[in-house]
Design a protein around this ligand. Structure first.
Ligand code: FES
Length: 109
């Protein structure tokens, strides 16, 4: 599967998450304060909550339900109650197009 265009870069608001879907996979897209775009799984691993409804804090996205924050780089929760990571997907920015490959999850240690 190749990367698919999910939105325009200009559609993204810095330090806010936006929910997109690629091939039925829900993804939280975040433009961080340094201008980098991240794509992580949108469903919190603690409960069936959309992470894109949560809060961006630096390089993490916090679930509004119980406060677990997930690293935008590794997908790992930085605090309880969640303890399982969400997937991290490859993002490409091509001009004003943001592309995500939902089949590629990045392993970051
Ligand atoms: S549902 Fe996300 S931390 Fe509980």
């Amino acid at each position: 599967m190749t990367a698919q265009r999910v939105c325009a870069l200009s559609d993204l608001v810095q330090d806010e998450a936006r929910r997109v879907e690629v091939d039925g996979v829900a993804i939280a897209l975040v433009l961080d304060s340094s201008g980098e775009v991240h794509a992580i799984g949108d469903v919190c691993t603690h409960g069936d909550i959309s992470l894109s409804e949560g809060f961006v804090d630096g390089e993490s996205l916090e679930c509004w339900a119980h406060g677990s924050a997930f690293s935008l780089r590794t997908g790992k929760p930085l605090n309880l109650p969640a303890y399982e990571p969400v997937p991290v997907f490859a993002v490409t920015v091509d001009g004003d197009d943001v592309l995500v490959d939902a089949t590629v999850t990045l392993e970051v240690n």
